[in-house]
Ligand binder design. Structure first.
Ligand code: CUA
Length: 397
């Protein structure tokens, strides 16, 4: 039987040997191939795990992720030790005491009390110890430590298929609603209230904390913090997050970013949050187009009016073909890195492509499905009009 998985041993054997030989060879070739595929998959998974910017839980950037990683490491290595100990004894016994030809029947015994008590006590101590420690860690991670820096509250809402971030007070009473890019000051606990407007999503920033479900009609709470002494890079640093619960067609396209900034940078972003400037001609033209076509779903001049948000949600949940839907707040779009829930970099070219045919970029999105502009599948605007909208959304001067 060939060791090389891609030599078609099964096929060759069939021609030269009997039927049963052929099927044995085919079986072996299949087995070899499975082994090679398994190895390739393992190498691939290992390589993915090594990616530097990936969503890795092995690189904790804050106290919550660190505690969870410590817990995981101890549980893992204790279990690895137990596994090798038990399997080692088992394999030893199988080989050492295997049946040999002509051997008489071994003496039959009915247990060993000392051994049985020992083998009950050791696992009990292990399981209780790890269990109690895990439960205490859970309680400890419930709230940020008392007496630390001020918390920053962020309400996060999951939507099909993007994330909404609301800061009731980002500093000096500033109310901010943004989407898909969470900005947080370094070394401050961030308190998160997680909700959902439609189906169950799951909020996950692997380098900051474990995942937590976002469930309609209830608020799940968590917190995390990014520590400057754990981040060996110049700030701002961008971390990756994703939805970790299958939530429909766009689930895999529901990404977000967390940018860790100095408090001063965060403050200037918060202070600048507000209606976009309309200094260029195309921005002025775009402003009118936006008002006429986009404001049913999108807000661009500050936080969304709660009454408007509620009516959009009602429209969406009860709606027919064309209704308003909860849509990303675009007020600070020009300061973001990405478009379409982290799918592509923010640039004029990409924004133009997105406005022309969102479905091509993000299948199942509600903009092309519900907005009046997209009734026929493609946008009913001229290239100049799309360009004006791009100008209104991105022009700075
Ligand atoms: Cu939202 Cu998966």
């Amino acid at each position: 039987m060939g060791l090389s998985p891609f030599r078609r041993t099964g096929f060759l054997a069939q021609e030269s040997a009997s039927k049963s030989n052929g099927s044995r060879a085919r079986h072996s070739s299949l087995k070899n191939r499975s082994v090679i595929l398994g190895l390739l998959a393992a190498i691939f998974l290992f390589a993915v795990g090594c990616s530097k910017d990936g969503q890795s839980t092995w690189e904790a950037f804050g106290p919550v992720a660190q505690k969870q990683l410590d817990l995981f490491n101890v549980l893992l290595w204790v279990m690895v030790a137990v596994f090798f100990l038990v399997e080692g004894v088992l394999v030893y016994a199988i080989i050492r005491y295997r049946a040999r030809p002509g051997q008489p029947k071994p003496p039959q015994i009915h247990g060993n009390t000392t051994l049985e008590i020992t083998l009950t006590i050791i696992p009990t101590i292990l399981v209780l110890g790890l269990g109690i420690w895990s439960v205490f860690a859970l309680f400890e991670l419930q709230d940020p430590p008392k007496g630390g820096p001020d918390e920053l509250l962020v309400n996060v809402t999951g939507h099909q298929w993007w994330f909404e971030f609301e800061y009731p007070d980002a500093g000096n009473g500033k109310h901010i609603i943004t989407a898909n890019e969470l900005r947080i000051p370094v070394d401050r606990p961030i308190r998160l209230n997680l909700e959902s407007d439609d189906v169950i999503h799951s909020f996950w920033v692997p380098k900051l904390a474990g995942k937590l479900d976002m469930v309609p009609t209830r608020t799940n709470k968590m917190w995390f913090q990014a520590d400057s002494d754990k981040i060996n890079e110049e700030l701002p640093v961008t971390l990756f997050g994703a939805c970790a619960e299958l939530c429909g067609l766009g689930h895999a396209l529901m990404r977000f970013r967390v940018t860790v900034m100095d408090q001063a940078d965060f403050d200037s972003w918060a202070a600048a949050y507000g209606p976009p400037p309309t200094n260029t001609d195309r921005a002025k033209a775009g402003q009118q187009l936006f008002a006429a076509n986009c404001t049913l779903c999108h807000t661009i001049d500050g936080p969304d009016d709660p009454a408007l948000s509620a009516s959009r949600l009602t429209g969406f949940l009860t709606g027919g073909d064309i209704t308003p839907v909860p849509a990303p707040n675009l007020t600070d779009l020009r300061t973001r890195q990405t478009l379409a829930a982290g799918l592509m970099d923010l640039s004029e070219t990409n924004l133009r492509a997105w406005l022309h045919d969102p479905e091509e970029i993000k299948e199942g999105n509600y903009m092309s499905a519900r907005a009046v502009l997209y009734q026929n599948g493609t946008v009913s605007l001229t290239n100049e009009e799309v360009d004006a909208l791009v100008g209104y959304l991105l022009d700075l001067r």
